[in-house]
Design a protein around this ligand. Structure first.
Ligand code: UD1
Ligand code: CA
Length: 456
């Protein structure tokens, strides 16, 4: 019976050269530590404890939706010391605990299950996940006896010349028998190159106590850890490839997967076609049959089916089915765009609702407005929502026709079926079915050019 895990996430990550704690750096839009949490959950682990220390509050806030518990490691004295800090969490547990570094987000649920099953089926006291690579630079090495049994793990910095030749690395993901682990942790010393209490030393301690240790090698693409920005980019690339593969397998066309950037938790319907240089972020959901022409950024937005987007930015908004957006549109947060709407070139929409079948084809700003159905915005319309102090609201009914280059000075109401003459600056409510004209009358000065001697 297996159900608990500890994730080590207290380290600073010196090599990242960052004010952000390492485990909060994002890989495909999701913090490393949240990848590890989600994967452990998917692998069947319910009860998860996170060791926090560096930027503890930040790590807590960023994992707050995950239903995990926390242990505090005040000073970062090493990975062994970190696990010791989870004593309160561990002391009531029996059986297996999985211990995972928080900086290796490529691990998959299948491997988590495999590790646990291997550990329990063989009655090991400790089982180490490993990988075999050409150059395991920086990783702890798995040192085996002549008969192949695991003897110990030696950290890169503590390796002898011979040990450096070993190609099997410690992935920093383990299963332990809880009770044996707690006993062994008490015996750790910091007598090593880095003066730290290494979790890895627990292996040799258990071995010397006559316990059975297992090790299970898996692909390096499952186990890569992130210590630097270079490794962050390498891991990102692998993760991105996986994500893109998944979407293609689900029936999404990616014209060029190498230049398509989709965050981990994005959902995309089948028969959607995505052209190069699209960036789809956060919790975005894209419906079926959409076409995303090149170069858009879509963040935390819900796009319904059959939507066409090109060269635009859509943030925290909803777009209804059969609507087209762009090129060069900017949909800012909290906008709700209906069905069969056209948001054309150089149109900015901010915190506004636009109902079905309305057309805003070019060069328009709509802010803090509620717009009804079947309206038509002429080129160059501006909703004047800001008076220098407050953002005011604009309400536009259904079937309103707004001529080109109109200003709608908020707060204002434009009622159903009305017309606004081109070039008007509207400051008063427009009644239903009225035509509002708010501009000076045209004067033609006959013969003016000749009189001034300006003929060409
Ligand atoms: C560790 C392993 C190494 C393994 C590698 C795999 C040890 C001693 N070494 O090395 O054998 O090959 O991972 O990637 O365990 N942390 C704390 N508190 C601390 C120190 C670290 O919570 O006091 C956390 C970090 O936030 C990180 C994880 O533990 O998530 C690993 O720490 P890191 O310093 O990256 O260890 P490595 O040198 O990579
Ligand atoms: Ca590491």
């Amino acid at each position: 019976m297996y159900n608990c895990a500890v994730i080590l996430a207290a380290g600073k990550g010196k090599r990242m050269k960052s004010v952000i704690p390492k485990v909060l750096h994002k890989v495909c839009g999701k913090e490393m530590v949240n990848h590890v949490i989600d994967t452990l959950r998917e692998g069947g682990v319910e009860d998860i404890n996170i060791i926090i220390g560096t930027g503890a509050e930040k790590v807590k806030v960023n994992t707050s939706s995950k239903n995990v518990s926390y242990s505090l490691q005040d000073t970062q004295l090493g990975t062994g010391h970190a696990v010791k800090c989870a004593k309160e969490f561990l002391k009531s547990k029996k059986g297996t605990v999985a211990i995972f570094n928080g900086d290796a987000p490529l691990i998959t649920a299948d491997i988590v299950k495999k590790l646990i099953a291997f550990h329990e089926d063989n009655n090991f006291t400790a089982t180490i996940l490993t990988s075999i690579v050409e150059n395991p630079y920086g990783y702890g090495r798995i040192i085996r006896e002549c008969n192949g049994e695991v003897k110990k793990i030696v950290e890169h910095k503590d390796c002898s010349k011979d040990e450096l030749e070993v190609r099997e690395l410690n992935a920093g993901m383990y299963c332990f028998d809880v009770e044996a682990l707690l006993v062994a942790l008490e015996k750790l010393s910091n007598n090593n190159c880095q003066g730290e209490y290494y979790l890895t030393d627990v292996i040799e301690i258990l071995k010397n106590d006559g316990k059975k240790i297992g090790a299970i090698p898996v692909e390096f693409e499952e186990t890569m850890g992130i210590n630097s920005r270079v490794q962050l980019a390498e891991v990102e690339k692998i993760m991105r490839k996986r994500i893109n593969l998944k979407h293609m397998e689900n029936g999404v066309t990616l014209i060029d997967p190498d230049s398509t950037y989709i965050d981990s938790d994005v959902v995309i319907g089948n028969d959607t076609i995505i052209y190069p240089n699209n960036v789809i972020e956060g919790k975005s959901v894209i419906g079926e049959g959409c076409v995303l022409y090149p170069s858009s950024r879509i963040k935390d937005s819900i796009i319904a089916k059959n939507v066409i987007v090109q060269n635009s930015v859509i943030l925290e908004s909803n777009i209804g089915e059969n609507t087209t957006v762009g090129p060069f549109a900017y949909i800012r947060p909290e906008s709700n765009i209906g069905k069969h709407v056209r948001i054309g070139d150089f149109v900015e929409v901010k915190k506004s609702t636009i109902k079905d079948n309305t057309k805003v084809s070019h060069l328009t700003y709509i802010g803090d407005a509620e717009v009804g159905e079947k309206c038509n915005f002429g080129c160059g319309t501006v909703v004047v929502n800001y008076d220098g102090k407050t953002k005011n609201k604009t309400i536009i009914g259904d079937n309103v026709f707004i001529g080109c280059n109109a200003n709608l000075v908020s707060p204002i109401k434009i009622n159903d079926n009305s017309y606004i003459a081109a070039g008007s600056t509207i400051t008063k409510e427009v009644p239903e079915e009225a035509l509002a004209i708010a501009r000076t009358k045209q004067i033609n000065k006959e013969g003016w050019v000749t009189k001034k001697g300006l003929n060409k």
